[in-house]
Ligand binder design. Structure first.
Ligand code: ZN
Length: 290
């Protein structure tokens, strides 16, 4: 049985097919041009494949409300030409079940099936990059709530030595405003490569402090069995021990949990699916509706 997947990103679409075990059999990439061009390329590919279902993990904002007239749409994105694009509708002629969700929800699901949180029913996946997003798996299901979680805009306490005002256009100094890639680069006047700062630079302490607060809030709210941190900023592996130590410190002994007290190294972890997380995220969405 073949499952199709589309990782719809702002700069490229990654798409392909896999079997039920998440083994990717074909993987293709095309640039995100005007919708009529990109969507036709991807549609033509799947029209030539005998897939049983299709999963789409998309950049946002998107409409996930199945009762809405614009379900399956990319809605108010600043990306030129893509406002109000009917993404799901572009594939309806395939006449197969189509699952549609945010890219980060897909990645969270894929990690819980084949990746770092496999076998666990409650986990959280957070990506720290151009933006900060999070997907929550609770009792084996993706949490949507009214819209979908917006972990990136969590409000946080500012480090006593940090006088940066933040970059979020809505809140300025929310988590994304203080800890995303663009925030980091602006705060330290970098041109886009975080590696320019040595590991002992206080920038990493600030970064770890903000991310650790988000994790503490997530732990206290959701009690996940594992937290996975991915995205470009988390390629700085030395952040992991800093974040773990800061989480333990911020919890101040409040939680009497083995996971926190003795197994923090295996509690806050890297993703396992690597470069295929986005495509496998989409495929896991497709697998989920078979
Ligand atoms: Zn914000």
């Amino acid at each position: 049985m073949l499952i199709g997947g589309i990782e719809a990103g702002g700069t490229k679409f990654v798409y392909g097919v896999a079997n039920e075990n998440g083994d990717i059999l074909e993987r293709l990439i095309c640039p995100t041009e005007k919708p009529e061009i990109t969507l036709k390329t991807v549609y033509d590919y799947f029209a030539s494949k005998n897939i049983s279902s299709l999963g789409i993990g998309s950049f946002g904002p998107i409409d996930l409300n199945k009762l809405s007239d614009t379900y399956g749409y990319i809605t108010t994105t600043p990306k030129p030409y893509w406002q109000n694009t009917n993404l799901v509708g572009a594939f309806s002629k395939l006449n197969i079940p189509i699952a549609f969700d945010t890219d980060v929800n897909g990645a969270a699901l894929a990690e819980s099936i084949w990746g770092a949180s496999a076998g666990l029913k409650n986990s959280v996946y957070i990506t720290v990059g151009t933006g900060i997003g999070g997907g929550i798996i609770s009792e084996g299901n993706i949490v949507h709530g009214m819209l979908h979680p917006e972990i990136g805009h969590m409000l946080i306490r500012i480090h006593a030595e940090d006088d940066f005002e933040g970059v979020c256009p809505f809140h300025k100094d929310c988590l994304e405003g203080m800890a995303s890639g663009p925030s980091f680069n602006k705060r330290w006047s970098l041109r886009g490569e975080n590696q320019e700062l040595p590991e002992n630079h206080k920038a990493w302490d600030f970064e770890a402090y903000y991310l650790a607060q988000a994790l503490v809030n997530i732990i206290l709210t959701l009690m996940p069995e594992k937290i996975i941190l991915g995205g470009g900023i988390m390629n700085e592996k030395h952040l992991f021990p800093k974040i773990r130590a800061c989480v333990v410190s911020l919890l101040s002994g409040y939680l009497n949990s083995e996971y926190i007290l003795n197994e923090i190294d295996s509690y806050i972890v890297e993703p396992k699916l690597g470069n295929n997380a986005g495509l496998l995220g989409a495929i896991s969405l497709g697998k989920n509706i078979l």
